[in-house]
Design a protein around this ligand. Structure first.
Ligand code: HEC
Length: 132
């Protein structure tokens, strides 16, 4: 009895480590367009509160119902816009993180870090020129 009470609700799936595995994927592939200043599609992925502001973007425990997984999956993913699709491994990391409850450490703010995705340094101005 005491043991049961000491370990409530253990997650069924081990989550990828947010700091080591999840944050780098988001920071390198999404944060450029989805941060507090650049909220493409009204989506800010920089903080837990912002990322969870719209019901359905991230549904803890249910990656299939999560728009964030939908847009990076499939043969011709919508996101990241104007860049190579995520690797199967990166998608799997996000999927497992959501399946395990989408834990996001309190106070952790993501910042963009995009050398891998946008080798073109003029990307930002090119993008703005093309899209206003
Ligand atoms: C180069 C800019 C850019 C990058 C990088 C980018 N997005 Fe987007 N995102 C957009 C734009 C623009 C929209 C608005 C909808 C549209 O134009 O398709 C959007 C919309 C979205 C939406 C809302 C879609 C909807 O149907 O309402 C989600 C979810 C999303 N992005 C997730 C992501 C994720 C996850 C990543 C990283 C893997 C990412 N985005 C990377 C530009 C970007």
């Amino acid at each position: 009895m005491i043991l049961l009470c000491a370990f409530p609700a253990l997650p069924l799936i081990a989550s990828p480590d947010f700091e080591k595995e999840v944050a780098p994927v988001l920071e390198q592939t999404c944060l450029f367009c989805h941060n507090a200043h650049e909220t493409k599609g009204d989506l800010d992925l920089s903080t837990r509160a912002a990322a969870f502001a719209f019901e359905g973007t991230i549904v803890p425990g249910d990656p299939e119902a999560s728009l964030l997984i939908e847009v990076v999956s499939g043969p011709d993913p919508d996101m990241p816009k104007k860049a190579d699709p995520l690797s199967a491994e990166q998608v799997e990391t996000l999927r497992e993180w959501i399946a395990a409850g989408a834990e996001w450490p309190e106070g952790r703010t993501l910042v963009h870090d995009l050398p891998n995705v946008f080798p073109n340094k003029n990307f930002h101005s090119d993008y703005l020129q093309a899209h206003g």
